[in-house]
Design a binder for this molecule. Sequence first.
Ligand code: AMP
Length: 365
Amino acid sequence: MSPTSRYPVPPGGIIGILGGGQLGRMLALAGANVGLKCHIYSDAADAPAFDVAAECTFGRYDDQRLLAAFARNVDAITFEFENVPSGTIEMLARERPTHPSALALAITQDRLVEKNFLSRIGVATTAYAALDASKSGHPEVNRNLLPAVLKTRRFGYDGKGQWTIRTIADLELVLPRLKNVPAILERWVDFAFECSVIAARGGDGIFAAYDPPENIHGEHILRSSRVPAPLTSAQSQEAKAIAARIAEGLDYVGVLAVEFFVTREGGLLVNEIAPRVHNSGHWTLEACLVSQFEQHLRAIAGWPLGYPARHSNAVMENLIGVEAEDWQTLARQTGALHLYGKREIRPGRKMGHVTRISPLSAPNE
Ligand code: AMP
């Protein structure tokens, strides 16, 4: 236990992490590799990260007393999911170096605020409009956006809180189900494929991006990520440059993920920003010298960032729901098998993943 914060956090120091899912678990494992201890704070008694963390606190994310005690026991603080109240991050930041900032979290927690931020810094997104269910929106604005996806502004993940809207009649059907929850209408993008950039920005402003993977979703849940993505090297550079502009604009410290639609004309539209390590970056564990998890901890701890280049191509496949029951077959194969230790299998629940690597291929031109 450290009575005052040590920064940069030295080996043996403690990183506090809010959230105890598989991302927290892989952060704690990566921390152990470089001599950093992780203290997981989660509101789930059976959080997967509790199994591997040096210290654990089970509590609510708005329990001020418990959060203050947690902060006193760590050297620096971060989070592994974006639904932490930004007020909690603000409060913790008064006690210990806490990254990403409450402001970066607040911007990325709300799809409308996030898209307005992107427009302000000159980053392209699909066309969108705020939808206020109580005022039933503006029919003309809505019609111009069709076909569209209706999304709740906050607390959506893995396709939860999303509806496909083809006609104004579809919209009228869905609006009452929103029950006045603020939402956004986004024009449907007929994309060629999706990709993401996982990147880190250090406290010194240094930026390091991994190569973008192509991401394949099924029912709005990530199924697999493959590097390299079928991007030209100019597109890949552009995607990294956009991620750098976003990180700069948010004065960001830590790892972030920027998800893109690649249009049929070859353009890049940002879909969303995740202020944390990301499922589409799991392949960095096997295909890079420094994984996204270690990279994030380095940034949070005030260490120099690691080298993000790939030494291999990689394909990561998620094990969703009952797919994880096949672990014996998967364990016989050549891929790296990761199981998150979740006690209960549920449909749509991410239970683990497998990464297969192969020798580097020549870059696309
Ligand atoms: P999101 O929760 O915004 O990341 O959306 C999850 C997935 O739904 C995306 O990765 C896309 O596959 C699909 N999706 C979301 N928004 C759109 C859109 N405007 N146009 C087409 N597909 C979308």
